[in-house]
Design a protein around this ligand. Structure first.
Ligand SMILES: CC(C)(COP(=O)(O)OP(=O)(O)OC[C@H]1O[C@@H](n2cnc3c(N)ncnc32)[C@H](O)[C@@H]1OP(=O)(O)O)[C@@H](O)C(=O)NCCC(=O)NCCS
Length: 172
């Protein structure tokens, strides 16, 4: 598999906006996303434009694109970034027929390496909806360690839900 993982350009963030705009309510529900909390595409684009101008120390959102044979097949974002300390990541293979083929595991591994280097992290977390089995198996296969399962509202676009939290902490 000819995979590449690199920082997403502003123009490429269209992939992210279209992915959420085109998602069914059932799909969003599986990811713990409340459709009424999603920003309208124009607002989201403006927010990304601002974010992309910030220095790394101030970034609150950073995105990497996953390419298979130079074609976009997914992405990962990280948010809740505290430079030099910690961040929280997300993972998406955006082409449904390419899921379950090992792309997620390899790209999560490479995305995590980019986040650690770029933001000089000590810890990287990820906490998908507790029932999202493929996400949990992928995180474990990519080297994350189980932390806990608990109820929370994990982010601004999510509803209250059980999540399972995973971490990479090289000091442990
Ligand atoms: C989660 C996701 C990124 C994983 O990527 P992927 O390319 O499908 O994962 P891989 O092929 O590398 O598989 C990784 C592990 O998950 C398992 N897995 C993948 N799809 C699965 C499924 N539908 N059911 C059960 N296990 C599954 C694989 O067997 C493998 O486990 P193993 O290493 O123990 O054998 C991808 O499935 C996806 O985009 N899902 C929809 C979006 C999503 O839910 N994102 C998480 C939101 S927080």
């Amino acid at each position: 598999m000819n995979l590449a993982v690199r920082e997403m350009t502003l123009a490429e963030t269209r992939l992210v906006i279209d992915y959420f705009a085109g998602a069914t309510p059932e799909y969003l529900d599986m990811m713990g996303v409340d459709p009424t909390k999603l920003m309208p595409p124009d607002q989201w684009r403006a927010r990304l434009e601002t974010e992309f101008t910030l220095p790394d120390e101030k970034r609150q959102l950073f995105i990497v694109i996953w390419l298979l044979d130079n074609r976009p097949v997914g992405y990962s974002s990280c948010d809740k970034i505290t430079f030099g300390e910690r961040a929280n990541m997300h993972l998406h293979v955006t082409v449904p027929e390419l899921r379950g083929k090992g792309i997620g595991t390899e790209c999560v591994r490479r995305s995590a390496e980019i986040y650690f280097r770029r933001f000089r992290l000590k810890q990287l977390f990820c906490q998908p909806h507790a029932l999202n089995v493929p996400a949990h198996r992928t995180l474990q296969a990519a080297g994350f360690k189980y932390v806990k399962t608990y109820m929370t509202v994990p982010g601004p676009i999510n509803f209250h839900q059980p999540v399972t939290q995973w971490v990479i902490d090289p000091s442990q």
